[in-house]
Ligand binder design. Structure first.
Ligand SMILES: [Zn+2]
Length: 316
């Protein structure tokens, strides 16, 4: 799909300069003159729908975790640091899947319009470069937050290689950041598109079916299996379209299109609350926010991107 990389988080050609990560001297020099994105519990620091870049000496970073090198732009190093140990006055809310945490956390050392915000709330407003930096920062800091101990022996492990690796000094195992593949698919039957909804989602919200790829499984088979498990619909040809890093917390969404070979829907109530076929004409109303029952997914998510491009006949 030629437009595939225009999806939110679809990449900006960032120079990740991976060859510099092992050079501690270069990293220290780049950090001293560099720009740092602070994240608190996965929420980046934002002002006026743009990322806020701090210098490494900022008091906000006084108790931050180890800096992670994101990449280079015009010779300037970009880094991310986790300040999740800091206690703001307003705490984050635990949200069910599909909801945005609307709370903003201001910081006493920063201007009033600066706050830590849910990336889902600002992602569609970011430039492609900011979106790539924010997604990378959020994904890798969350990996560190949940992988502090060696998976081989259980000892505490250490961050090395400018944040792109963890090493266990007890058993010498090396650990690398994880990304989990998820298939998300346009399932079509002539003029119709298959949509589903999960019970915890906001009222009226429908989206494309999706599911994790299992170990040992090609993505085409994952598409066919997930569609059949959730709706009883069988599918024939499957084609890959576009991908989207989705750092909530560590997914890579693989957008596909599958041709259905059956019509009758048999719901798996453990997976979906409802599923239905929607015509092209109805989808126009859905995406315009004018459908009486169905609300589309959020702008910025690959489901929305694929639905919009299916409707516009721009999948090639
Ligand atoms: Zn170990």
């Amino acid at each position: 799909m030629r437009l595939g990389e225009t999806v939110t988080f679809g990449g900006s050609g960032l120079d990740r300069a991976a060859g510099l990560r092992g050079d501690a001297g270069r990293m220290a020099a780049l950090l001293a003159q560099g720009r740092v994105l602070a994240l608190w519990r996965g929420k980046p620091l934002v002002a006026d729908a743009a990322l806020v870049w701090l210098n490494a000496q900022s008091p906000v970073l006084a108790d931050a975790g180890a800096p992670v090198f994101l990449g280079l732009e015009a010779g300037v190093g970009y880094f991310a640091q986790d300040i999740s140990g800091w206690q703001p006055q307003v705490l984050a809310q635990d949200q069910p899947a599909g909801f945005i945490d609307a709370n903003r956390q201001g910081h006493p050392a920063l201007p009033d319009d600066h706050a830590f915000e849910d990336l889902r709330g600002v992602m569609a407003a970011l430039t492609p470069r900011e979106a790539e930096l924010a997604a990378t920062a959020k994904a890798i800091l969350q990996w560190h937050a949940s992988h502090g101990f060696c998976a081989a022996c259980g000892a505490a492990s250490d961050i090395i290689n400018a944040g792109w690796q963890r090493a266990c000094s007890a058993c010498h195992a090396q650990h690398f950041p994880r990304t989990d593949p998820v298939v998300i698919m346009l399932v079509t039957r002539g003029n119709k598109l298959l949509l589903g909804r999960s019970a915890p989602w906001p009222e009226g919200m429908y989206s494309l079916l999706a599911g994790f790829v299992e170990p040992g499984e090609p993505l085409e088979a994952a598409v066919r299996r997930e569609v059949f498990e959730e709706t009883g619909i069988t599918t024939g040809a499957v084609r890959y379209l576009a991908s989207q890093p989705w750092p909530f917390p560590a997914s890579l969404m693989l957008g596909c299109i599958a041709e259905a070979t059956s019509d009758a829907i048999t719901l798996d109530p453990n997976e979906l609350e409802d599923a239905l076929w929607v015509t092209r004409e109805e989808m126009v109303a859905v995406l315009a926010g004018q459908h009486p029952k169905i609300k589309p997914g959020r702008n910025g998510a690959i489901a929305h991107f694929l639905m919009r491009n299916w409707l516009a006949d721009r999948l090639d």
